[in-house]
Design a protein around this ligand. Sequence first.
Ligand SMILES: Nc1ncnc2c1ncn2[C@@H]1O[C@H](COP(=O)(O)OP(=O)(O)OP(=O)(O)O)[C@@H](O)[C@H]1O
Ligand SMILES: [Mg+2]
Length: 238
Amino acid sequence: MTVVQAKNVVKDYGLPAQAVKGRLQGQVVHALRGVSLDFEEGEFAAIAGPSGSGKSTFLHLAGCLDTLSGGTMQIRGEDTAGLSKKALAFLRRKYIGFIFQAYNLIPVLSAEENISFPLMLLGLDKKEIQERLAPVIQALGLEGMEKRRPAELSGGQQQRVAIARALIKRPALILADEPTANLDSQTGREILEVMLDLNRTNGTTFIFSTHDKMVMEYARRVVMIRDGQIEADQRRSA
Ligand SMILES: Nc1ncnc2c1ncn2[C@@H]1O[C@H](COP(=O)(O)OP(=O)(O)OP(=O)(O)O)[C@@H](O)[C@H]1O
Ligand SMILES: [Mg+2]
């Protein structure tokens, strides 16, 4: 099944504040200029390219966090433009896990509360949440850190909490924006191994954005993007 199908996707960011002042009127950033990309179920793919090339923008659109300026985006065969806000929120909650570069952990919640948060949103009961929590905590080596708040964890540990939070829903698709940025190479490698293992055992589809050579080496497909356009798309056999 095609999990993500982008056709001629265009994304322009306007600069409304300046436009109102009249000085930079009509100035628009063309973040994506006609991107067509398909990702099949079970892919372990990286999107690479220089800073500002449109990687995060693409992941946000694939994750239904923002609207397109042109083209179409289908998620699991459904055109996102045709879905209501409610339907989009449901799709995000149920099928998509996000790992953001800035982690986006909730500071007042403990590690385990942060990890279980998506399951609370899905309305699972306490018992079910506990049952799912244990293996995820173990897989990410977070035993003993369950009660700590994000500020009491290292960058790598916070990243692992963010990954655990994305994994606990068992989403079909995980979108990870620079998942190894700010991590030392050993921690980065460990995290990639965890993700690869999930990909192999559960068939979870992964799409990362990255600057990191190591991530590109792990990926079975590397899409190069530059100035909002696809420059290369290379697959290698596993
Ligand atoms: N909310 C926004 N408003 C205006 N311009 C934006 C916005 N978000 C991104 N941009 C611009 O769109 C372009 C693409 O940005 P994007 O964040 O997708 O790049 P990126 O490839 O993820 O870069 P990086 O590697 O630095 O994270 C850049 O020129 C950026 O300045
Ligand atoms: Mg980015």
